[in-house]
Design a protein around this ligand. Structure first.
Ligand SMILES: Cc1cc2nc3c(=O)[nH]c(=O)nc-3n(C[C@H](O)[C@H](O)[C@H](O)COP(=O)(O)OP(=O)(O)OC[C@H]3O[C@@H](n4cnc5c(N)ncnc54)[C@H](O)[C@@H]3O)c2cc1C
Length: 290
């Protein structure tokens, strides 16, 4: 498994350092309140502080809904485009489970060395179908798919000596459970630990701390509409040359000077950098900077 030593935050720090050396100015903790448009093209941004910054191009890595609906505003686009933004699907059914463990858990049939790999635990195809149903009806499922990493196996700096951290992507989680997240969160956590126990007997007794991040948490903390870290479903009508939606594909949008460079553009999310690289190439190809 490819892993960033020092944790994912280390990747951000390196990228920031490289960008600064190349002459970029990074402004942290400076949320953009709106993208400004003058006549037919964008003309800059206004920060939440009220500061206005003029720019020939605005290249957004916020998700498409945030970019078009919240920052640009529907009054700045044609009705057909506003409708597409409104119909763009970005509700997530995926949570993230973090466990601090007092020792390395034992997964039946796996050696300690194999625990450095990505472990996918999923029900059968029929089981997946059944697991999905409660999610559709805003309930907690009794079966989940886990995509587990124990990064401390390869990077001891992530936990105290002989202790470990486990992180799992968990599928089939309702975006808005009928119970409300205050009651549903402990229920889901207990359910997930019970499911893990079947594969890693005794894991529950190793847990010294836990964190369950549900889609609405990500929506609140990172401004990802629907809590979707792909910035929108990667289903066929929202993928490839149709991402995020017709009329605003291939990084250039229907609004002159406004580009997308994040996971809402092709090929979607993950720490791969491809939407940004492709957006940069498209901007250079169009000579949009000159
Ligand atoms: C808990 C978690 C773990 C993950 N682990 C992995 C992993 O191990 N490997 C992997 O490949 N992927 C992982 N992912 C997915 C990956 O993080 C995302 O797909 C990826 O970060 C998307 O990158 P992005 O730059 O397009 O968007 P983001 O990372 O979402 O960046 C968009 C940025 O825009 C900012 N923003 C939004 N609105 C505004 C505004 N109005 N003004 C200013 N800034 C704004 C946000 O704060 C955010 O910093 C993980 C995601 C999560 C949530």
């Amino acid at each position: 498994m490819t892993q960033v030593i020092g944790g994912m935050g280390a990747l951000g720090s390196v990228l920031a350092e490289v960008a600064t050396k190349q002459g970029a100015t990074l402004r942290l903790n400076s949320p953009v309140a709106s993208i400004t448009k003058t006549d037919d093209s964008v003309s800059g941004v206004t920060l939440a502080s009220g500061e206005a910054i003029s720019a020939k191009l605005v290249i957004s890595s916020a998700d498409p809904r945030t970019t078009f609906r919240d920052l640009l505003g529907y009054q700045q686009m044609e009705v057909g485009m506003a409708r597409r933004v409104e119909h763009y699907r970005s509700r997530s059914g995926t949570a993230k489970l973090h466990l601090a463990l007092s020792a390395l858990p034992q997964f039946a049939g796996l050696t300690d060395r194999q625990l450095a790999e990505r472990l996918v635990i999923t029900p059968s195809m029929d089981g997946m179908e059944r697991a999905l149903n409660p999610m559709k009806y805003n309930e907690i499922s009794t079966q989940h798919t886990f995509d587990i990493s124990i990064p401390s196996v390869a990077d001891a700096s992530l936990a105290p000596t002989d202790q470990h951290v486990l992180t799992a992507i968990v599928h089939y989680v309702p975006y808005a459970p009928d119970l409300g997240w205050e009651a549903a969160r402990p229920q889901l956590l207990a359910q997930l630990l019970a499911e893990l126990e079947a594969y890693a007997p005794g894991i529950g007794s190793l847990v010294t701390a836990s964190e369950l991040i549900v889609p609405s948490d990500l929506e609140a903390s990172h401004g990802m509409t629907g809590g979707n870290w792909n910035h929108g479903e990667l289903s066929i009508d929202q993928a490839l040359m149709m991402r995020p939606f017709p009329g605003s594909t291939q990084y250039a949008t229907a609004v002159d000077g406004l580009y997308l460079c994040g996971a809402g553009a092709h090929p979607g999310g993950g720490l791969q950098g491809l939407p940004g690289r492709n957006a940069a190439k498209e901007i250079l190809k169009r000579g949009a900077l000159s």
